[in-house]
Each structure stands twice: as C-alpha cells, then as structure tokens.
Design a protein around this ligand. Sequence first.
Ligand SMILES: Nc1ncnc2c1ncn2[C@@H]1O[C@H](COP(=O)(O)OP(=O)(O)OP(=O)(O)O)[C@@H](O)[C@H]1O
Ligand code: SF4
Ligand SMILES: [Mg+2]
Length: 334
Amino acid sequence: MSLLSVRDLRVEFDTRDGLVRALNGVTFELDKGLVLALLGESGSGKSVTLRAILGLHPPSHTRISGEVLLKDRDVNRLDEVERRAIRGRVASLVFQEPITALDPVYTIGDQIVETLVRHRGLAPADARRRARELIDLVQVPAPERMLRSYPHEISGGMRQRGMIAIALACEPELLLADEPTTALDVTVQAQILWLLRDLQRRLGLAVVFVTHDLGVAAEIADEAAVMYAGRIVEQAPIGELFARPAHPYTEGLMQATVRRGQRGIPLVPIPGAPPNLAALPAGCAFAARCRLVREECRTTLPPLYQVRDGHVARCHLVPERFGASPIPKAASVA
Ligand SMILES: Nc1ncnc2c1ncn2[C@@H]1O[C@H](COP(=O)(O)OP(=O)(O)OP(=O)(O)O)[C@@H](O)[C@H]1O
Ligand code: SF4
Ligand SMILES: [Mg+2]
C-alpha cells in the first residue's frame, strides 16, 4: 500500500469564463520516506493538486472526480470532520508565503501551542514544552525569542521555519510543500531547502515538493513529475529525467533554466504560453508551442509511453525517438 495514491484526479472550476479544467486525469503514487517534485510552469495545476490531496477545494464551485487515497482512505469520500482529522495528522501543507498562512495577532509560540492543544489534545503545559522542541527541530538560533514573536516581527526565513514547525506539530507522514522557498532570497532559500531535506530524512517523511526550479528539484527529490495544462506529461527518477528528458516540454524547461556547470550555454525560453484551461485543445496541449509538432498531435491526445523502467512520457514521438511502447492504462502513472 502506498502512503499516497492519486488516480485519474480531475478538478474543474465553475467560473464566469466557463468550466476551467485545472486537472485532467492526474495519476501518481508516493511511498513513505520518498520525495516527489511536481514541476511545471505557472498555471499547470501544481497547487490545485496539493489542495485536492487535502480536500481543500470548496465544493460550491468545484467538480472533483478520481481518487486521492491517503493511507487507503479516499479523501473525496470523507466528510469534513474526517478530512480535518487527516489534515496535520497524516498530511500537512507548507505554503510559499507563510505570512498568509500564519495568524498575525498570535505569536508563533501560541500558534504552535494552539495546534497541539486542538489537534493532538495536549494539555497546555505539555503543548508549550512540545512547541519548544518543535522550534529546536526547525533549527532556530534564538528559540525563546522566536516563540514570543509575532509573524511580522521575524524575517521571511524565520516565518517559514515557524510554518514548518506548525506543519510538523501533529507528526504527519506526508508533507505537501508548495514552493516553500520561492518567496525567500537566495541564501535563505538554500537554508530552508537544506532544513527540509534534513527533516525529511530524519523523520522519514514523504514529501510532495512543488517547484518550478529544476535545480531545487535536483537537490531534494527522488522522483519528478512534470505537469502541463493539468496533466503529468513526464515522470521519472530525478537523475533519469535530467539524463534523458523524453517530452519536448521537459526538454524546453531544461533549456530555459540555468543549471550548474553549464555556464556559456545560452538559455532558450519556451515560446508562447500555456493553453486556456477553459478551452483545451483536442490533442496534445503542448502542440501550439512544440518544435516537433505533427498533424496527429493537434487531433489526438498522446497516450502515456514507457521510455524506460519507471520513466514515462506523454508524447506521440516517444516510440520513434526512444523505441518505447505504450503502457497499459491500469498501470499508468499519468
Ligand atoms: N479557485 C479557482 N477557481 C478558478 N480557477 C482556478 C482556481 N484555482 C486555480 N485555478 C486555475 O487552475 C489553474 C491551475 O492553478 P494552480 O494554482 O494549480 O497553478 P500552479 O501550477 O500552482 O501555478 P503557480 O506556479 O503560478 O503557482 C490555473 O489556471 C488557475 O487559474
Ligand atoms: S505529442 Fe506532439 S506536440 Fe505534443 S509534445 Fe509530443 S511532439 Fe510535441
Ligand atoms: Mg501554485
């Protein structure tokens, strides 16, 4: 049994502009202790995927189908009380900008204590002791001051450490990290990334780590899934993805990104923009931007092909470029 199993997940939003098809059949699994990086441009569906895993989309204007199995329980079939029990205890979310997630009128210490009292049923004195342990866990240089501080009194990096402490308070097995380093300056980014990697290993956490930065993914992930227009278009172990990108979109992302040891190689942006999710094309969603596009790409959705063991890509050209064959739908990862 995988810790997390997402199967054919579809999320659509009813908007004034029509039905926005944000996720169009996302499938992946994650075992205990492993890190999956979700990669892709803005609007590809990374955050919608994380929110769907925790059942956070408001039902009033969202249509959801498919399965999100967290420890074999389908989040889409739980009521709100059961979902709240899962949040924090099984899976926790760390946001890009902790200032929006933290409450400005309570100190960091009070917010950790409140989480422990409400969700773990600890007595206030025990919760305060545990809050101090959690602050030590996230390696804060002045722990007592941190516990007494309001969110606006500390730096972005310290706020993110506070947010991580709250996320870990209920000892989740899965951490969902939505660009947790993007809003920070470069040195602090590296420190938070190092902290997350250290915690992940020490606590044996599974992590879904959302980023648009391939360098960050290479630092932290075991596996990567590349998203485009609400689908996973390629998935592979991280080293394999870098060594043998099989989808033209992944190749484009790599050419558009600075990579270590590649000074002097010009960056090539991917031309054009992602498609309108309220009017998705019939065929490959990347067709309008793809340098290798063919006629069939515009009319037929490419199936998922196995490039190698554990490496799949959704592109019509995979068989002739890599000698691969389609994988059966039941075993597909996207
Ligand atoms: N509540 C909503 N109502 C309508 N559309 C939404 C809603 N939430 C997300 N979307 C749309 O779904 C698509 C995917 O959004 P998502 O936030 O997952 O992108 P993302 O990959 O996380 O991008 P970014 O890198 O900018 O954070 C976007 O087009 C977004 O506008
Ligand atoms: S299916 Fe066609 S358009 Fe899509 S990525 Fe492959 S070659 Fe490009
Ligand atoms: Mg996002």
